[in-house]
Design a protein around this ligand. Structure first.
Ligand SMILES: CC(C)(COP(=O)(O)OP(=O)(O)OC[C@H]1O[C@@H](n2cnc3c(N)ncnc32)[C@H](O)[C@@H]1OP(=O)(O)O)[C@@H](O)C(=O)NCCC(=O)NCCS
Length: 230
């Protein structure tokens, strides 16, 4: 099944909402701070930019590359999401991601695009707490784009955005104890290992209970360790 586009479809719904967002900023009262979060005027515009990557809203054309890497058994090995994905699963998933908003509590998925090649290299998932001060992050890169530092680059840019632009207090993450690339990435960008939960996650494909590493990072820890922003 193809994603609905054109009159009455996703494109029209998103265009209508873009017009709405373009005339409305969202003011968030956060504890003793009032943060003004400017709504994105255009969904095609990147939300976050790095030297090599664009972090942007998902769009219907991302369904095929998302399906390809999420269906790879090596990529899905330590994940609890459904895999392999059918064409319809991928189209529906991308539509759901495309309708999310980064300032709303709950999930927001960034599509991560390579600037030069214009291809989807992976995605970043952020779970924003109802209090708007805490988040949990997850990340995935397509196999062809691993081991080039893109993971480090995209997660660092996301942490800069969450802590420095949006003033979050704490960001958490977790991964399977056997997922060395993920644990290495988390520690490289500054996360502290806070614990291990034995048999905390149920792998839907194998039916096995797996051990989970817990990571956390506070804004004061992040800002103390990071180089001044250029
Ligand atoms: C977790 C995951 C994103 C990590 O990807 P990754 O490619 O290891 O991470 P990076 O993109 O930061 O690349 C780091 C590697 O690239 C190398 N590298 C090359 N150029 C680099 C650059 N410019 N900057 C930084 N590192 C660079 C690093 O030396 C490092 O190599 P090493 O692994 O031999 O130490 C990836 O393994 C993945 O998508 N896994 C499947 C999904 C998953 O499990 N997600 C985690 C869920 S908790």
């Amino acid at each position: 099944m193809n994603a609905p586009t054109g009159p009455g479809g996703l494109d029209e719904a998103l265009a209508t909402r873009d017009q709405d967002l373009s005339v409305r900023d969202q003011d968030l009262a956060v504890g003793d701070q009032a943060l003004s979060v400017r709504a994105q005027p255009c969904r095609a515009a990147p939300l976050i930019e790095t030297p090599r990557l664009l972090l942007r809203h998902f769009a219907p054309h991302d369904a095929a590359p998302l399906r390809a890497y999420r269906s790879d058994p090596v990529v899905a090995r330590y994940q609890v999401w459904r895999s392999p994905l059918s064409e319809q699963d991928a189209a529906e998933q991308v539509l759901r991601y495309a309708s999310e908003r980064p300032v709303d509590p709950g999930w927001f998925h960034y599509a991560v695009e390579h600037r030069g090649e214009g291809v989807l290299v992976g995605d970043l998932a952020v779970w924003l707490d109802d209090n708007l001060r805490q988040a949990e992050v997850g990340f995935t890169l397509a196999p062809a784009h691993q081991r080039r530092g893109y993971g480090t680059e995209m997660v660092t840019a996301l942490l800069d955005h969450l802590f420095l632009d949006r003033g979050l207090h704490r960001v958490s993450a977790e991964c399977d104890t056997r997922n060395t690339p993920s644990a290495t990435l988390l520690e490289r960008v500054g996360f502290r290992r806070e614990g291990l939960r034995p048999e905390f996650s149920l792998n839907p494909r194998t039916g096995q209970w797996t051990d989970t590493l817990i990571y956390g990072l506070l804004r004061r820890q992040y800002t103390a360790a990071r180089a001044p922003r250029r």
